[in-house]
Ligand binder design. Structure first.
Ligand SMILES: [Fe+2]
Length: 196
């Protein structure tokens, strides 16, 4: 099967304004304090993917109590539905993923057996324009002009990942040393729907 990038959709202007006005550093700290934020550093077992990110996995009930989150994830869900992929009825859960500046990243991987046929990733904050990439004929291809409020929609079988901002020291993922990570500066923050 020929996997390819599907599209880049802009979230509605009013929602972009809300995204820009949100203090995400503060919000992330709130979730850390509430023990709702998980830091994941290491190398995945099956695809051997190096990764370093924080994740907050929500229940839809919690999202629906928060006006901003319900609009945000509601929009991402409409993107799923437009692309004929399973919606929340199929068990997709809302998630925020924070890639800390410098070392935050997610190596090349794909989701061929996922119930999700597409990935829809909405950019909330980014310290560098070219965070997300996909792989075509062995080459990493970055999306040009990725902006806050962009919803990147892609075939989930496509090999993809998120590049780190800085060069990562040798052995960092093997050791998974969380103490070496500065969580205070946001490298990249995205909203996704995920079955995991
Ligand atoms: Fe992925």
């Amino acid at each position: 099967m020929d996997h390819k990038l599907i599209t880049l959709e802009k979230v509605p202007h009013a929602l972009v304004e809300q995204i820009v006005a949100t203090d995400f550093s503060n919000l992330l700290q709130y979730y850390r304090d509430e023990n709702l934020c998980q830091l994941r550093v290491g190398i995945s077992k099956v695809q051997k993917t190096p990764h370093c990110y924080e994740t907050i996995l929500f229940d839809w009930d919690d999202v629906e109590k928060d006006l901003f989150l319900s609009e945000l994830f509601g929009y991402v869900e409409t993107v799923y539905q437009r692309n004929k992929s399973p919606s929340k009825a199929m068990g997709l859960r809302p998630q925020l993923i924070h890639y800390p500046k410098d070392v935050g990243c997610l190596g090349s991987h794909y989701h061929d057996n996922s119930i999700q046929k597409i990935g829809a990733v909405c950019v909330l904050q980014s310290s560098h324009e070219n965070g997300v990439f996909y792989v075509e004929r062995g080459k990493q291809i970055y999306l040009a002009n990725e902006r806050v409020g962009d919803c990147i929609v892609f075939d989930f079988g496509l090999v993809h990942g998120v590049a780190s901002y800085s060069t990562i020291p040798d052995g960092f993922f093997e050791k998974g040393d969380a103490n070496k990570i500065d969580l205070n500066e946001i490298g990249r923050l995205v909203a996704v729907l995920s079955s995991e």
